[in-house]
Design a protein around this ligand. Sequence first.
Ligand code: HEC
Ligand code: HEC
Length: 301
Amino acid sequence: MNKWIKRTGTGVLALTGCCAVALLAAAQYGERKMDRQITVSVPEIPYRTDTASVERGRYLFRSRGCVECHGTNGAGKDVVNDGKGMLVHAPNITPSPDSVVAGYTADDWTRTLRHGIKPNSRPAIVMPSEDYARFTDVDLASLVGYLRQMPPAPGGGAQIEFPLVVRALYGAGLVKDAAERIDHALPAAAPVPAAATPEHGAYVANSCLGCHGTALSGGTIPGAPPDWPAAANLTPGAGSALVRYSTAESFTAMFRSGKRPDGSAISGVMPFTSLKEMNDTDVQALYIYLKTLPARSTGQP
Ligand code: HEC
Ligand code: HEC
């Protein structure tokens, strides 16, 4: 193990020097890392099937990013396919017989969504479970309740292909999967009433962490394709994007339109298909919460 860590560490240094041997070693380690087995025990969270819960689940599915990768009908789609060796196809997650979730138990849902671990104990790749790890038990059960009653759609499993460099960065630990980033020992988030409060805003902001960072200070998104811009700093510190939004209304208008107050378009990397669906209470709570964050400069942890 130590030997591997040492070799990987060397790989990081040598990457910049383009040492082919170190690159290959790190890439090989990346492949082994994708294949590692992780075990966590999860509490039993029974599905919720009543109408109100299924409606809540539908709202979460549409507003928390799932549609960006799995499609509005849940059939799965290409997330990235650059024709140069980078292919990420998110799987079908509707209850059709050829879907990866066809044999899912309640525990499988909890492990995938909250921990980023698939039923075969392997890490889910690209799937941003760190954004969903803090779902309350009720929200998790409602989301699963909704997914299980979706109309079955045709569509197969995931396809994940990374170029050598990305495998090497993953092997060297510079790109992490969700299971590595999640604190698996954290208890489920305690429910707070949905209202325009910083407490509720902090809960909603869990779905921004994967891109804007755990401190929400933005910066380069690890493992992102090279044409993606850096994520904006959402704290009030140096380089903050919040200076453009002096009211909750202007912030909400940006979520709905994908445009800044000066009319310029924000990169489509921001998941506007989902953010548009977010209700006013959630967006206002987010805004209020972001205003309470300690100031950090862009990218500061
Ligand atoms: C950024 C894209 C992205 C987003 C957002 C996303 N997923 Fe995924 N999801 C993926 C990819 C890619 C995989 C395949 C992972 C793998 O096989 O390693 C996946 C896999 C899954 C799986 C199957 C895991 C298995 O057993 O193979 C489920 C279930 C799932 N996602 C549900 C969801 C739900 C529900 C949401 C929203 C709360 C969501 N995903 C959001 C990309 C995404
Ligand atoms: C898939 C990654 C991703 C997710 C998830 C995401 N963002 Fe972003 N966000 C970005 C990127 C990239 C930019 C920079 C866009 C640009 O420079 O055009 C950005 C920019 C922004 C901006 C600055 C807009 C401006 O005026 O320039 C705000 C505010 C923001 N995001 C808020 C949020 C909030 C709040 C959430 C969670 C609800 C969120 N984002 C989720 C990637 C993401």
